[in-house]
Design a protein around this ligand. Structure first.
Ligand SMILES: [Zn+2]
Length: 267
């Protein structure tokens, strides 16, 4: 019994030391946490414009700020390994909290309370710093293939946990394309938003659409939902990519207007 155990332990030690390709990124993660800790411990006096200085008196009542949005992406890459590699290199300057493989594997890459770099230049309503307010979930998908059942099952389980942990409203589970309509098209039209909405992750239009009132302003409604409508064509296309997945274009026809009205009423 002694020898197999010895071999097992030495094998584990050798494997963890020699073949961990993420040792450098792990070290860098720990180093950055140390810097954040040092910053959190600072109690500096700050000089203000009017000649006064701030003074510090610690309160006892506080905790960490929580994420309030979940942004869903597809990776547009060929494998989860490729995405993990991208997120462990400095140069691409991108990351997400979770990456889900098409086999259902869920990889977490940073703590939920930390700010990942997945939204880029993005807005939702008046929120101009989505990365600070959100958790990013990347789905391993090349952008043209269907999302596997195993992957969606893992996503639903993860959403169940995150929505409960941080009390995230259903309306705040949205797409990268929603928050960056001129730049992003993910997740693709094959993403099952309706399945998610049935479990209260996101929202979905009424199956029988009510006709919008004659004076209904679709552009204003899109803005109230959260879309940046500076480029109205891009905002309409992003809306349809999410809610009318069979007709992804910028045509504001009656069905589109009524669908916008339906989503608007659910805000
Ligand atoms: Zn994305």
């Amino acid at each position: 019994m002694k020898r197999p155990l010895y071999y097992l332990i030495s094998a584990l030690v050798v494997t963890s030391c020699a073949s961990n390709p993420y040792r450098t990124s792990e070290k860098s993660y720990q180093k950055q946490l140390k810097i954040f800790k040092a910053n959190l411990l600072k109690k500096e006096s700050i000089p203000l414009q009017n000649g006064k200085n701030t003074e510090w008196i610690s309160t006892v009542n506080f905790n960490l700020r929580k994420p309030n949005f979940i942004i869903i992406h597809h990776t547009a890459q060929d494998s989860i390994q490729q995405t993990i590699k991208t997120f462990t290199l400095v140069k691409p300057q991108v990351s997400a909290h979770y990456v889900i493989g098409d086999d259902g594997r869920v990889v977490q890459m940073l703590n939920d309370y930390l700010r990942a770099w997945h939204g880029g230049n993005a807005t939702w309503g008046k929120n101009t710093d989505i990365n600070s307010a959100s958790i990013g979930i990347e789905l391993d998908n090349n952008g043209t293939e269907p999302f596997s059942q195993l992957q969606i099952n893992s996503l639903l389980s993860l959403l169940t946990k995150l929505k409960k942990d941080y009390n995230i409203p259903a309306q705040n589970i949205i797409a990268h394309s929603d928050i960056a309509p001129t730049r992003k098209k993910d997740p693709s039209a094959l993403f099952p938003w309706q399945v998610l909405a049935e479990k209260e992750f996101g929202i979905w239009p009424d199956l029988v659409l009510e006709t919008a009132p004659a004076d209904f302003n679709a552009e204003l409604a899109l803005r109230i939902i959260g879309y940046n409508t500076k480029n109205l064509s891009a905002a309409i296309t992003a809306f349809k990519l999410h809610y009318i997945q069979t007709e992804v274009n910028d045509i504001l026809d009656e069905k589109t207007i009524n669908t916008i009205y339906s989503i608007y009423k659910k805000q």
